[in-house]
Every structure is written in structure tokens, then in C-alpha cells.
Design a protein around this ligand. Structure first.
Ligand code: ATR
Length: 274
């Protein structure tokens, strides 16, 4: 059997095993996709133990994405630019390669749900500066966004991302948010605020221009308080579930050697598990 998995801490709530195992069953592949929760201080030993191709690969989630990149021998441009990896592949020669599929997943979600937004030349505001924000910022940069403004409670973390990305990306404190929203074409919540039904980030989305697109990376609940406020302000919205589904596609291809079967309605399956 072909085996892959996802590791994070905690891992119990991960949706990835549900998605990948539904695809495996639909495609009739002899494989398994397993959730794993390594101890936080043993992550490197855990990853290195898979060298040699015992398993095909791992997806990596909170809080290990930065450390996952450091474990790899080589990494894609996007993963290096992001400073974070959510996909590790284990090769037969003992090497590990790293990639980041969060960024392409985010771009794909925007293309699907707000297709007329041009990323090239746009002004984007990213709320948050954790691993999710890193992938988003790097992907927007590679797609030629004009400005990537990273706003975070802890400005130092936003500054670290901006420094790695060059002039297009800038770091800001929450006090600057109203002015940044006023010229934004795209606003993305990459904080954990709103998860489980709480209030999202305190951003007055009615300050954004009319054509602005508002995206939430939080997908539980699907219609977050943040997205509800965006809709109330008349803004187009992109939900986090689409990004979750799309980031899983290149991982499935990397692990199992073929595209996910098109006849499995993975969005419906995910919705049933929210
Ligand atoms: P992820 O990997 O999903 O990005 P993370 O690295 O834990 O998760 O990042 C969580 C983000 O949500 C951070 O930007 C965090 O802000 P800090 O860097 O200041 O900690 C943000 N966040 C979490 N709780 C918050 C709160 N109550 N107010 C403002 N920001 C918050």
C-alpha cells in the first residue's frame, strides 16, 4: 500500500485524512493517509525517521511548517520564499524535498470564487503573520501583486515576513489597518480569529473600496463572522474551504501519482464533516 499522512499538533481536527482517503477510495488506489501528532520537541527526529521512502510523504500543519522546511534537503522557490512548507516528499535515495501548496490553493480559491480579481497589480492586505500568512504573502508576490501589506498584532512577526520578501511586502500594526483597507483590492484573514464561530479580526470592512474581495482562511464555520461582515458591506467573498480542498490536490498527486478522481464530491464530504 502507498502511505502518506499529515502531521501537526494538535492533529485530531484535521480534515486532510477525510479528503485524501475519500479520493483514495474513489480512485480504487491501495493506499492510506494517516493523521500523526508528533511531540513538539521531537518533530525533526520524527521527520528524519521517514527518510528512505517508508512513506511517500507528509503534509505539515500548525505549528511545524517552518521547521518542516528546515528538515528538507531541497525546497521549491515558493516554499523557500514563504519560509514554510506544508508538503514533504520522501525519496528512495533518503532525501526530502519540500513544497508549499497553501499559496497556490489560496490563488485557486480566489480564481474560483472571485474570478475577475486580477492578482497581478493588486494591493493585498493580509491579516496575521503565522505560517498561513507566509504562504499567502509569497504566492501573491510571485503572482506580481503590487503591494502585500501584512498586518499583525505582533508587528515583529509581520516584519520578519516582509523582510524576506523584499520591497513589495510591508509590515504594519493594527492601528494602520483602516488606512490600508481604504485602498485594498484583496483582504485576507490569515489569523486564527473566527475559528469555531468566534469574532473574526476587528477590521471595518466597509472601509474597503466597492470592488474589494474579502477572503477568510478559516473554514470552520464555513460562513465566518468576518465573511458575514464583508457580505453585509457588499463585498465579494472567498471561503477557506475552497483553499483547503485545492491545497490538497498537488499533495495527492505527489503522494499517489495521479490526480484526485473528479467524480468524488470532496466539497460535500468536507461540508458534512464541518
Ligand atoms: P497559522 O500557522 O495558522 O498561521 P499561527 O502561526 O499560530 O497559525 O498564527 C496565528 C495568527 O493569528 C498570528 O498572526 C496571531 O497573531 P500574533 O502573531 O500576534 O500572535 C494571530 N492571532 C491569534 N490570536 C489573536 C488575537 N486574539 N488577536 C490578534 N491576532 C491574533
Amino acid at each position: 500500500a502507498l502511505v502518506a499522512g499529515v502531521c501537526g499538533q494538535p492533529i485530531i481536527h484535521s480534515m486532510s485524512p477525510i479528503l485524501h482517503n475519500a479520493w483514495l477510495a474513489g480512485a480504487g488506489i491501495d493506499g492510506a493517509y494517516v493523521p500523526m501528532g508528533p511531540a513538539e520537541d521531537r518533530f525533526e527526529a520524527f521527520v528524519n525517521g521517514f527518510r528512505g521512502g517508508v512513506i511517500r510523504g507528509l503534509n505539515v500543519t500548525i505549528p511545524f511548517k517552518e521547521r518542516a522546511l528546515a528538515c528538507a534537503d531541497t525546497a521549491s522557490d515558493l516554499a523557500r520564499l514563504a519560509g514554510a512548507a506544508n508538503l514533504l516528499r520522501f525519496h528512495a535515495d533518503g532525501t526530502i524535498t519540500a513544497d508549499n501548496t497553501d499559496g497556490p490553493g489560496m490563488l485557486g480559491a480566489i480564481a474560483a470564487q472571485a474570478p475577475d480579481l486580477a492578482i497581478a497589480g493588486c494591493s493585498a492586505v493580509i491579516l496575521g503573520a503565522g505560517g498561513a500568512a507566509r504562504g499567502a504573502a509569497a504566492a501573491l508576490l510571485l503572482e506580481q501583486a503590487r503591494e502585500v501589506r501584512i498586518v499583525n498584532r505582533t508587528v515583529e512577526k509581520a516584519q520578519a515576513i516582509a523582510d524576506a520578501l523584499g520591497d513589495v511586502a510591508t509590515a504594519h500594526g493594527e492601528a494602520e489597518l483602516p488606512a490600508l483597507l481604504a485602498t485594498a483590492d484583496l483582504v485576507i484573514n490569515a489569523t486564527s480569529l473566527g475559528l469555531g464561530g468566534g469574532d473574526g479580526p476587528a477590521a471595518d470592512l466597509s472601509l474597503t473600496p466597492k470592488g474589494c474581495v474579502v477572503m477568510d482562511m478559516v473554514y470552520k464555520p464555513l460562513r465566518t463572522e468576518f465573511l458575514a461582515r464583508a457580505e453585509a458591506a457588499g463585498r465579494r467573498t472567498v471561503d477557506g474551504l475552497e483553499m483547503l480542498l485545492l491545497q490538497a490536490v498537488p499533495s495527492f498527486e505527489a503522494f499517489f501519482g495521479q490526480a484526485p478522481p473528479a467524480d468524488v464530491d470532496v466539497r460535500a464530504i468536507a461540508l458534512a464533516h464541518l
